[in-house]
Ligand binder design. Sequence first.
Ligand SMILES: [Zn+2]
Length: 411
Amino acid sequence: MTTAIRCGTLIDGTGADPIRGATLIFDGDTIIAIARDGDAPHGADVIDAEHLTVMPGMIDCHVHLGSSTWGLQERLLTPFSLIVAHALNHARVTLEAGFTSVRDAAGTPRGVKMALDRGLFPGPRVRIAVSALSQTGGHGDSVMPNGANIRPVSELPHTVVDGVEGVRRAAREVLRAGADQIKVHTSGGVMSPNDEPGATGFSPDEIAAIVYEARAAGKTVMAHAQATQGIKNAVLGGISSIEHGIFLDEEVVDEMKRRGTWFVPTLVAPLWVVRRAEKDPSSVPPYALRKAREVMAAHQGSFRLAVERGVRIAMGTDTGVGPHGSNAEELERMVEGGMTPMQAIVATTKSAAECARIAHLTGTLEVGKRADVLGVDGDPLADIRVLQNKHRLSLIMRDGIAFKSLVGVPA
Ligand SMILES: [Zn+2]
């Protein structure tokens, strides 16, 4: 079945200038033409979006669908099966926010991805990391100071591991559990009880073994990396994306640029730790609030440096730290940090698709790509914040199927 969307303004996600009055034509789930003169093929179903800005569905390269903004007590009282139910709900909320694809940075099991792929529940296309590899006492070690481990009992492999053989086995286990990419913590972090963001995690030989196993399986590695040395070890070890990147320096930025390493900044993550603590102090441990406040200025400085030097940046939020569905605030923070609105949109479409290795499917509105389409009642190039207003997201389409339409899409 052929469908034609008559667009007011078309932003194709490549960074090219917007086009007025074009028509986006797709057959089933795949884009077959973009008619600049606005002609719709004879017999096509026509969607009138002439008052909308039409752009690719957005992509978030760092979410945790399995995580909620819960305090310690609620986490301890939640069985894993209920976490799965919440993850499916988070997927729907994320699609409602205009995100048609996400890369999950650990905590989401394969069954959630399969349920979404089978259409049992609405949600974005998902690439999962399953469980994040972490050293003993590192960012992923959830043993609390009293000795209790708050990690839920689940099908997620145990990935607090040490030594080359330990990390090698864990890497193979997460790949067996369905990981699309391997997630590793090469530094400490904000939300963990036992370490500091400035602490290095894993040695270069451990990182080398993880990268080797990922490449052997045709996969990539994403690194939670906040400390400068942890970032350097990850970049030099051949990791494909630096998540958070709080303490970048000029040397590592130049190396990232030279190698084409991705930077996924997650600028909103420390902001949400502080906001949650201000709203409900019991939802965030005091150590996490202290660490979030301490890293914020350095984080913003690192982002500005990376933008200025032309590092490849893909949008990501660490949602799960903040509420699911609030993802689009990150674009506002990226613009505040020195990007143009168009650069922020490209980071959230074309670049994010490349980083998540789904660019053959999505990320731009071009012939041969899937019809993942967002229709916005407003101009995000004039005010990027319009993307945060769900009432202004008038058309949300994934694989040519309308999840939401206020513009009369045939059912
Ligand atoms: Zn994360």
